[in-house]
Structures are given as structure tokens and as C-alpha cells.
Design a protein around this ligand. Sequence first.
Ligand code: GDP
Ligand code: K
Ligand code: MG
Length: 299
Amino acid sequence: MTPDFKSGFVAIIGRPNVGKSTLMNHLIGQKIAITSKKPQTTRNRIQTVYTCDKGQIVFLDTPGIHKAKNKLGEYMVAVAERTLKEVDAIMWLVEPSTFIGAGERHIAEQLQGVGVPVILIINKIDTVKKEEILPAIDTYRKICDFAEIIPCSALRGQNTEDIIDSILKYLPYGPMFYDEDTVTDQPQRQIVAEVIREKALHALDAEIPHGIAVAIDKMKERPGKNPMVDIEATIICERDSHKGIIIGKGGAMLKKIGSNARFELERMLDSKVNLKLWVKVKKDWRDSDFMIKNFGYDK
Ligand code: GDP
Ligand code: K
Ligand code: MG
């Protein structure tokens, strides 16, 4: 470690679906936060760690800042707002548009007076023509005082190298908080649960996913020469009718979710995985403090 080593915490904020998880996964080069086309996929504040010889950046992938509709929503908003005051820099992701909606205005208001440098990332530039990028930059420049503005495509990896360098500029000199091999402090069980939830989100119809959670009931490595991890998990949903859909005809849907999850878990854990999935109904779990804590959404 050199004397000019830098370290600090960076919050990633932005409306649901702008690509926060995709960008973070790209920057740290591993899949930690799950991504999907559906908004509000990210419920937890996930810490990931990027280390290079110039410094260490701890990313906090915050749930989107939006208006709360239930207890889980309130919890997500509270986590996001608290995070902004604790960090050394903020990365705000937006789409390459000249239309600034209510969601963006709400975030701009939240950023007033946080006293932390804000880097604006204009993501998804692969979806627009080159000449549409500058007007988007000009529009955003007017609503907030940015330390930097960087257009990029998290999906294609365009212009993402500049992001690390510009973040490092705003971090203080400091020690490594985590050893250099660390990429996340999330408990492994939670990551496993998130992978299963992601596969369920991908497989299911739009009206169900916000009402599902995944609990890991058991996760154990079998002793012996051939590594094998036994995982038992329960998908919790809010209605009997949802349970039927999640299980599917003759169990086909649950089988699909299970085999997609197992495929990814085997890669992630570098081991064979024996995955057993159950489905349970817990009505209104999103409005229950107990259930929210129970699922680890109370960090
Ligand atoms: P989050 O809710 O902000 O964390 O957004 P996600 O990372 O889950 O991404 C939402 C959707 O946008 C996913 O389908 C991503 O594949 C897609 N996406 C993310 N970044 C880009 C990008 O740079 N270009 C394009 N075309 N799509 C992207
Ligand atoms: K999402
Ligand atoms: Mg996300």
C-alpha cells in the first residue's frame, strides 16, 4: 500500500431500473446484486468492494429513492436517505434523456445540502444516438451541482473505466477497509436467496414478483471428496393463487426456477448443488415489521 492510497464509501442512487446493479456488477467484475427488468429488484443495501493499487472503493447499492407504498417501501426509502449522509461520494445514475421526471426532481431535492460530491452517470448511452447525449448533459447540469458528469453504458462496458478514476479523485487518503480479495460483505446465504429470487422474478408474471421473498432454510456442505452443497429454500408469496402460479402445472414452473437457480449457484459456489424449493403463502408479509426483519431487510 502506497502513502497516497485512497479509500471511501460511494452510494449508487437513481430511479429503479436505470442500471445501478448492472453498473456495480460491471465495475467490480462479478455478479453480486441481482438485476432484472422489473423495478425495485434491489431491496438491501449491498456493499461491494473494488480494490486496485490506487485505492479501495466500497459501493453501496441503495434501493431506489421513491415514494413508499407500504412498510417495506418505507424501509427501502429510509435506508437510501440515510446512506447519502454517510458516504464520501454519490454516484447518481440517470437515463440519457432531456425529460426530467418527478422521480429525478425528487432525487435532486434529496441531494441539496448533503455536502458530498455527486457524480452524474448518464447510463444506457447505447440506447440513443450520439447527438442526444450532450443535450441530456446540459439538462441535468441545470438541476444539480455535479462534481463530474460521465456518460456510459453499463451493459456494454462503454466508458466505464473513467468512473473508477473520477471516484478516486473524491475519496480521502486512507487505509484498506477490507482485504484485497473481498468483493462483498453480504452473507453468502443472502446472496443465495437473491439468486433464487432473481430466477423467480425472471420466470414469473409481472403481478407476482414484488410480493415474493426467499428464505434459506438450510445450507450445508457435504463432507467428502466431491464438493456438494445442500440448499433448502422457501419462496414466500402473498396469495394462494400466486402459490399455484409459482408451482405451475405439475410443478413445471418451480422446476424451471429451481434448475435456473441451481445452474447459477453451482457456478457461484464452484460446487455441485442439491437445491430443494418450497412455496409458502404469508399474507401481507410486506406490511409486517416482523417479516421484513425476518428476511434480513432491516440492515
Ligand atoms: P437497477 O434497478 O437500477 O439496479 O437496474 P438494473 O441494473 O437491475 O437494470 C435494469 C435493466 O436495465 C436490466 O434489464 C439491465 O440489463 C438494463 N440495463 C442496465 N444498464 C444498461 C445499459 O447500459 N444499456 C442498456 N441498453 N440496458 C441496460
Ligand atoms: K431492477
Ligand atoms: Mg438494482
